[in-house]
Design a protein around this ligand. Structure first.
Ligand code: NDP
Ligand code: HEM
Length: 493
């Protein structure tokens, strides 16, 4: 700490003599337009907000490390997994889906679990949730689904009717709806929940063999949950309970950890499983594809500036590195487009040059100008600004090519619901809940259905009955008891 504070300047670097008083004609004013320091200050304030994320607007994040504990090099050549003991820096941003930037933290909602690994061969992002599945399996449904989660255009309120109308007309949502309404739908802090890559991704190894893979981040803090009533009390006390808990525990040196595990499926198995392994509404049962330990993720450093490092963080499923690839999952392909598109809109053309998004390895590309082109992209030869060139500019490296993937099938808008079993996996989940968990599930659903027209409720009960007779009967009983009536609004009111 120096005794003299640094000298305050304009953004142009000129020293400022007075930051307390505007430049005026006489002590009573008016202000002179030549007070460019005042103009600059007001103009900057007007530009302090950027568009919030269209979904997952409310979030909490921190930096940390992945430490590899087990050798999985037989599945992937990704350098991040190159050796046991290897450490890689990472950033995690947790979020809720539906709430706006100022939403209360303790609301029932799916939680985002987005991880950026700064690997030596580029940034690898796993942009997942705290659930292993999702509400829909065809990306054409995503904007409609999100519209039902956000505000009604006329009332400007969240609409339980829209939510249950959509869900009851989309039985592929049953699995995720069951998780959302279970205890796991309302953790007291991100520390007490799992993360899942959810989609099927791919690994490929040095021999060019491909494997399908799912990523799991298992909390080492244990699972905890809030009931709706407990959450209402938390929100009454603080709308920022997640930020307080995550930031506070890291400041106190109590670093949260997750065990990184993978499920691995040989490429040829994809034709044999009784379910489509690329269907985002399905898990791979552990008995078929057991969890394999990979490493430990630890969060140990809070950001210094929330806006610069968390709000401006840009995660995208398109960020993969050699040894890790995508899969035929339709939802994943849409996301590969959607996120970078959102970042260009939300943050600007060169968002990947912002310090939090910048890879921690050399970056050499031929993209040129655009707003905020402030970074150098030098390769030692300013004449090599096109490709191919004979001037020694950056060149492709065929050694990192992904092995070819054979695809077949007729082009068409194939019915994504045809022949799909939307009930067995929700049944497996319902069956593993104890009676207390089931009762809370029934009560949470009944609370979320308050005010929904009976025809929609009946349609949804029909789906619950196809999962398990006890499921439908339990919700019907909770509805008759008026469970949840008069409860405060939540993300899913
Ligand atoms: P297992 O008994 O091997 O695994 C059950 C899984 O369910 C565990 O991963 C457990 O997570 C998780 N779980 C427990 N309670 C809940 C809940 N309320 N909400 C969400 N997950 C919960 O069985 P299977 O692999 O055969 O799967 C059976 C069902 O378990 C599936 O249909 C799916 O609904 C659910 N599930 C399965 C996962 C998978 O990848 N196979 C992953 C997560 C859920 P934990 O170990 O962290 O306590
Ligand atoms: C955020 C689109 C499905 C997890 C976003 C954003 C968009 C988007 C545009 C905002 C990005 C930004 O501004 O930075 C979509 C589309 C989907 C889809 C089009 C389906 C077709 C999913 C699924 C998951 C998921 C299935 C999880 C498995 C997330 C997370 C964030 C996010 C965690 C926040 C990332 C962060 O913390 O910055 N999504 N999404 N999304 N989405 Fe999705």
């Amino acid at each position: 700490m120096t005794s003299q504070p640094p000298r305050m300047t304009t953004t142009g670097g000129a020293p400022i003599a007075d930051n307390q008083n505007s430049l005026t004609a006489g002590p009573r004013g008016p202000v002179l337009m030549q007070d460019y320091q005042l103009m600059e200050k007001l103009a900057h304030q007007n530009r302090e907000r950027i568009p919030e994320r269209v979904v997952h607007a409310k979030g909490w994040g921190a930096f940390g490390t992945l430490t590899v504990t087990h050798d999985i090099t037989r599945y992937t050549r990704a350098k991040v997994f190159g050796a046991v003991g290897k450490k890689t820096d990472l950033l995690i941003r947790f979020s809720t889906v539906a709430g706006e930037l100022g939403a209360a933290d303790a609301e029932r909602d799916v939680r985002g679990f987005a991880v950026k690994f700064y690997t030596e061969e580029g940034n690898w992002d796993v942009v997942g949730n705290n659930t292993p599945v999702f509400f829909i399996r065809d990306p054409l449904k995503f904007p409609d689904f999100i519209h039902t989660q956000k505000r009604h255009p006329r009332t400007n309120l969240r609409s339980p009717t829209a939510m249950w109308d959509f869900w009851s007309l989309s039985p592929e949502s049953l699995h995720q709806v069951t998780i959302l309404m279970s205890d796991r739908g309302l953790p007291p802090s991100p520390r007490f929940m799992n993360g899942y890559g959810s989609h099927t991704y791919s690994f490929w190894n040095d021999q060019g063999e491909r494997f399908w893979v799912k990523f799991h981040f298992k909390t080492q803090q244990g699972h905890k949950h809030l009931t709706n009533d407990e959450a209402a009390q938390v929100v009454g006390r603080s709308r920022e309970s997640y930020q307080e808990d995550l930031f506070g525990s890291i400041e106190a040196g109590d670093f949260p950890r997750w065990t990184l595990q993978v499920q691995v499926m040989p490429e040829a198995d994809a034709d044999k499983t009784p379910y489509n392994p690329f269907d985002l509404t399905k898990v791979w049962p552990h008995a078929d594809y057991p969890l394999i330990d990979v490493g430990v993720v630890e969060l140990n450093r809070n950001p210094d500036n929330y806006f610069a490092e968390i709000e401006q963080a840009a995660f995208s499923p398109s960020n993969v590195v050699p040894g890790i690839g995508h899969s035929p999952d339709k939802m994943l392909q849409a996301r590969i487009f959607s996120y970078a598109d959102a970042h260009r809109y939300r943050l600007g053309t060169h968002y990947e040059a912002l310090p939090v998004n910048q890879p921690k390895c050399p970056v050499h590309h031929y993209h040129k100008d655009g707003a905020m082109r402030f970074f150098r992209n030098d390769t030692g030869n300013p004449d090599a600004y096109y490709e191919p060139n004979s001037l020694g500019g950056p060149a492709q490296d065929p050694s990192v090519a992904e092995p070819p993937l054979r695809l077949s099938g007729e082009v068409g808008r194939h019915d994504h619901r045809a022949g799909n079993d939307d009930y067995s996996q929700p049944r497996a989940l319902f069956t593993l809940m104890d009676q207390g968990q089931k009762e809370r599930l029934f009560a949470n659903i009944a609370a979320a259905m308050q005010g929904v027209p009976q025809a929609i409720v009946e349609r949804q009960l029909g789906h619950f009955a196809l999962v398990h007779a006890d499921y439908a009967a339990g919700v019907r009983r909770a509805l008759a008891l008026g469970e949840g009536a008069g409860r405060p609004e939540t993300a899913i009111p």
